[in-house]
Write a protein that binds this ligand. Structure first.
Ligand code: PMP
Length: 449
């Protein structure tokens, strides 16, 4: 047989071929069904094959699919920028459209630096991020990412940006407990700004809930309030990377609403178009835009496909679907139900060490010993084994591991489409149970070998 010419994630991996999708289910060309328990890469937030979205895509395609943004603006792009300003709290009233989450965070970084340059401040060029974190795969975005696995090959090419510890209570970087810790992990930001010198720091970037690098790690109460206070005090912009959390995933349009904290810049992606077409955005506050509007009046970034009218029409249709179906409330309610089911599962499966997250962005961390929180040895490749077994049982889950053994462990994200019903959650749990039972068996086998 002729070999495949497609470069897949694992070159020697075997992947089923997708045939079609409907709601929370995907079907391969052998008619095997899968529950999309991760919405792909936390993307397909309204489920697959929604007629309204396909209709919107088709209607726009009939008018115009592509224009170059330096030659034309378009109705869908204008309407989407307005809509995003309306549905987000705070003053992130400007939208710069790009095509991927990596471009959105990298643009956020550039806009933050430009914001200071326009005021004659040329030293504020560094971005502080968190170790662990994930902000994207391009070199700028990767420079801001605390993800060993994705960085190590390219470290010499990356900017040497500073970082602070993640608010990872399950494995507290200070071996402390909340609330007596007094939020040391947030205070570390102030110390790092002092260490580097605030005149060199343009911004601090954080995923509201740490996704790909850690498995839905949500911070303790008061963390973001403290972070925002430290940023303001030190003239450091606060960038919220909402690529994974934005547009409803946690039960709010922006996850930062969970803590009532207003970012200066927001990166969006994934859920913006729910995967129907590629599109992402960098939302910019009036405050950040002000010196740029007074100064050069140009954002020095952009891509051929930026502000693509077809994708903008899709995003508008997705947001309107979320509003019409009240999916924010649904994410919260069904998220609570799913979390309860996962916590119940933890009683029967001691390998479940932690269940965390918000809304329908939930994470499970797996451990060899529940009491001691001892991680599995790396060579057991537990995350890979879980993903494989789930897939065999017809359940898709998302691996979340930074590759830094010293910080995190084996974790997965469970983030089904926001439209998932209780009955479908029950089916998801049945499949997960069945996969974990087999994982247990295999691990016992490995240990006894
Ligand atoms: N930021 C976050 C928080 C993400 O989760 C991701 C993707 N996992 C990215 C940025 C990068 O997005 P993309 O893969 O679309 O470039």
């Amino acid at each position: 047989m002729e070999h495949s010419h497609l470069i897949k994630p694992l070159l020697d991996g075997v992947y089923p071929t997708i045939a079609y999708g409907k709601g929370v289910y995907l079907f391969d060309t052998n008619e095997k069904d899968y529950i999309d328990g991760s919405s792909g890469a936390v993307t397909a937030s309204i489920g697959h094959g929604v007629p309204e979205i396909i209709e919107a895509l088709y209607e726009q395609a009939k008018r115009i699919s592509f224009v170059y943004r330096a030659q034309f603006t378009s109705e869908p792009a204008e309407l989407l920028a307005k809509k995003l300003s309306e549905i987000t709290k705070g003053d992130v009233n400007w939208a710069f459209f790009v095509n991927s989450g990596s471009e959105a965070t990298e643009t956020a970084m550039k806009i933050a630096i430009q914001h200071w340059q326009e005021q004659g401040i040329y030293t504020k060029n560094k971005i502080i991020s968190r170790w662990i974190s994930y902000h994207g795969i391009t070199l700028g975005a990767l420079s801001m990412s605390g993800h060993v696995g994705r960085r190590e090959r390219f470290v010499p090419l990356l900017e040497d940006f500073p970082s602070v510890s993640a608010p990872y209570c399950y494995r507290c970087p200070y071996n402390d407990t909340y609330p007596s810790c007094n939020l040391l992990c947030a205070l570390e930001l102030e110390r790092e700004i002092k260490r580097i010198g605030k005149k060199y720091i343009a911004a601090f970037i954080a995923e509201p809930i740490i996704g790909a690098a850690g498995g839905a790690i949500d911070p303790p109460r008061g963390y973001y309030e403290k972070i925002k206070e430290i940023c303001e005090k030190n003239d450091v912009l606060f960038i919220a990377d909402e690529v994974m959390t934005g547009i409803g995933r946690t039960g709010k349009m922006l996850a930062m609403e969970n803590w009532n904290v207003a970012p200066d810049i927001v990166a969006l992606g994934k859920g913006m178009t729910a995967g129907y077409t590629p599109m992402a955005a960098t939302l910019v506050s009036d405050k950040v835009m002000a010196p740029i509007l007074k100064g050069s009046k140009i954002i020095m970034s952009g891509h051929t496909y930026s502000a693509n009218p077809q994708s903008a029409a899709v995003s508008l249709a997705v947001i309107s679907y979320i509003e019409k179906k009240d999916l924010l409330k649904q994410a919260e309610q069904i998220g609570d139900y799913l979390r309860t089911q996962l916590l119940t599962l933890a009683k029967d499966y001691p390998m479940i060490g932690d269940v965390r997250g918000k809304g329908l962005l939930l994470g499970i961390e797996f451990v060899e010993d529940q009491q001691q929180k001892r991680p599995f040895p790396k060579q057991f490749k537990v995350t890979t084994l879980i993903i494989q077994k789930c897939m065999e049982k017809g359940l898709l889950v998302y691996p979340a591991n930074s590759g830094d053994e010293g910080v995190g462990g084996d974790a997965i994200i469970i983030s089904p489409p926001l439209v998932i019903t209780k009955k479908e959650v029950d089916e998801l749990i049945i499949r997960l149970k069945s996969a974990l039972t087999e994982v247990n068996k295999e691990l016992n086998q490995i240990k006894s070998d």
